[in-house]
Design a binder for this molecule. Sequence first.
Ligand code: CP
Ligand code: NVA
Length: 314
Amino acid sequence: MKHFLSLKDFEKNEILEMIALAQSIKSDFQAKRPTPLLKNQILAMIFEKNSTRTRVSFESGIYQLGGTGIFLSSNDIQLSRGEPIKDTARVVGSMVDMVMIRTFAHSRLEEFAHYSPVPVINGLSDSFHPVQLMADYLTMLECGFDLENNKPKVAYIGDGNNIAHSWLMLASKLGFDLNIATPPGYEVDAEILSLAQQFASKSQANISITNNPQEAVEHCNVVTTDTWSSMGQESEKQIRKQAFQGFMVDTQLMQLASQDAIFLHCLPAYRGEEVSDEVLESQASKVFLEAENRLHAQKGIMVYLANNTKDNNV
Ligand code: CP
Ligand code: NVA
């Protein structure tokens, strides 16, 4: 059985297969052709953190595929009263066909998956946000980038967080170049970086790490960032705001990238911090297409997992 916890567990061809499924389901959706590929399937969605995009896209996505979603806020279920994750995994997994979880430590997700009898999807952990990166790649393709003729060269500016880690996985698996600029002390996790470097040596991706945003964006055709304080880091907000001075993606920084560079952001965005209002609202900004693509990318992932799970009744 396949889970979708991090892109590190997938080969390039598997990632591309999920993207191809997403593209085909998206074109059916746009042509108003129904895609009941997960008819009568039930997706449980456990949220231990807030969400707008992830919740709406998974719940709409499973419905549009012919199934149903069950939204479980951790406040409302026994998990928040101390029921062990391994018990929750076995109980919920015995009643539904797939589970999506948004949680804190990545190890919680791994433990859930270990005990789950059905595929588990990472809807964001402290370490990774892989469903977001699948939508980002779909967006890059739609903006004219591809791995053969017009390779993306990506600059990630900001915190060395779950989004930065997922960019490391995507770039190193697919084989495109990635520059990451973080303030000192907010670098990406060393183990995840070393894993990415291993994958990059096979895929020929160039991964570079710096503390200089201007240097990072040079020659890049995709510029991206994320919040300086992720969910769970609210108490560090002021300290981080200080530490990240000079790391805002503004028009001046965008001008140092390639002329045709696009801007991506997983959202929610904090205007005036990691990105200026002007950049977010500019022609180069593809953030709303990127958000919409969550719906389509995740349909591709869910159908792929169902197809690769024995005993599924699809
Ligand atoms: N990008 C993203 O995952 O957004 P939400 O937190 O709103 O789900
Ligand atoms: N890094 C952010 C992403 C939100 C979608 C967080 O974890 O809060």
